[in-house]
Design a protein around this ligand. Structure first.
Ligand code: FAD
Length: 339
């Protein structure tokens, strides 16, 4: 049986994070017409970098690993195109009031020169409409209609709709229409993350570039300038742990910042003379176990992808988008067999 693909059918993807970009890249490489809608002014979602006056900081994903051969191949192409590189930090673990060596032999990778670079690289070859927040979706006469907060209804109807969003945002868009999808998106428990970025005029003398922290309100501390291609003021990213962040997600920024900086001081990072910026991630991490990888309903032509369906990290997000594209292609070959 020969694969017969109807490349005239149009596909809308909501979300230009790494999952949406991976799905779009795979579909477009096979000749599909794909349009991405993204609420922010740039791509990459949680693989993101904050730019300030003389400083930068990766304030979402800190690094990624690559274990699946499909993702390793993708990573190779990112490295070849200078948008990702290996990162070899001096890593320590803080536990029971003591600092110790890390036993992890993990190979770590980062975007080059910042975490959003792989996403920007993928988006360059795709059609992405930025500053478009999809706030309503509707299936009418076999087509998907999208409404945006910025410009009401979009002038185009689509055959397929892919939501490449965190679980709670997927739920918000589908809650009135699809029970099956509601159940899936409700099953993923996503937590927030409070992030503090601290800039120093000099460089604090610490025996590590990155530190995992156990049993404290902070779970991660990292010197951004230890990553390849970063320059400017010495900048440290501090993440509060997911449980504490979620419990305190509605707290005032100043209150949360003071608590995190107090804890950082106990860990050896005194930020008294640093300039501080704090960011709240409402939906930072979470995943389903066992992992569905992605979800596709061939009769409504609605698909879901994202990290929460595939283990909850950068590699999983990319794989989820890639695998959803594969399911869409397969569904077409099943519905239109030919000799
Ligand atoms: C603080 C933090 C630390 C992390 N650390 C690591 C790490 O060290 N290693 C690792 O591998 N992973 C880490 N992660 C997780 C990693 O960032 C994610 O797994 C991955 O980036 C998720 O990609 P995604 O495409 O599934 O979702 P996202 O990146 O969230 O993409 C979703 C996109 O949809 C857009 N969007 C949302 N709603 C709408 C709407 N209504 N209309 C239009 N667009 C919309 C968003 O703006 C976003 O661009 C971290 C995440 C955070 C927040």
């Amino acid at each position: 049986m020969k694969l017969q693909i109807n490349r005239q059918e149009s596909i809308a993807i909501v979300g230009a994070g790494i999952a949406g970009l991976s799905c779009a890249t795979h579909l477009q490489s096979l000749g599909y017409k794909v349009e991405i809608f993204e609420k922010s002014r740039g791509p990459s979602g949680r693989m993101s970098t904050r730019y300030g006056d003389g400083w930068t900081a990766d304030h979402g994903a800190q690094y990624f690993t690559a274990r699946d051969p499909l993702f390793i191949k993708e990573l190779d192409s990112w490295i070849k195109n200078n948008v990702a590189a290996t990162w070899m930090p001096a890593v320590r673990v803080f536990e029971d009031d003591q600092l110790r060596e890390s036993f992890s032999k993990e190979h770590r990778y980062v975007g080059l020169p910042d975490m959003s670079s792989p996403g920007r690289y993928l988006a360059k070859s795709l059609s992405v409409q930025f500053n478009q927040t999809i706030d309503q979706i509707e299936r009418k006469n076999g087509k998907w209609l999208l409404h945006t907060k910025e410009s009401e209804q979009l002038g185009q109807n689509f055959d397929y709709l892919i939501l490449a969003l965190p679980a709670p945002q997927t739920f918000a868009l589908t809650k009135s229409m699809n029970k099956e999808i509601n159940q899936i998106s409700k099953a993923a428990d996503m937590r927030g993350c409070w992030t503090v970025m601290a800039r120093f005029q000099g460089q604090p003398t610490l025996p590590f570039d990155a530190m995992f922290v156990n049993h404290e309100i902070i779970s991660w501390v990292c010197r951004n300038n230890s990553k390849p291609g970063r320059d400017g003021l010495d900048c440290w990213t501090i993440h509060a742990n997911p449980e504490w962040s979620q419990q305190n997600i509605e707290f005032e920024k100043d209150e949360v910042t003071a608590l995190i900086l107090n804890c950082a001081k106990k860990l050896g990072l005194n930020c008294q003379d640093a300039e501080i910026t704090t960011h709240r991630w409402r939906y930072a991490s979470g995943f389903m176990d066992p992992k569905p990888e992605c979800h596709f309903n061939p009769s409504s032509k609605l698909g879901l992808c994202g990290d929460w369906l595939h283990g909850g990290r950068v590699e999983g997000a990319w794989l989820s988008g890639y695998k959803l594209a594969g399911q869409i292609i397969e569904s077409q070959s099943n519905s239109k067999p030919s000799d």
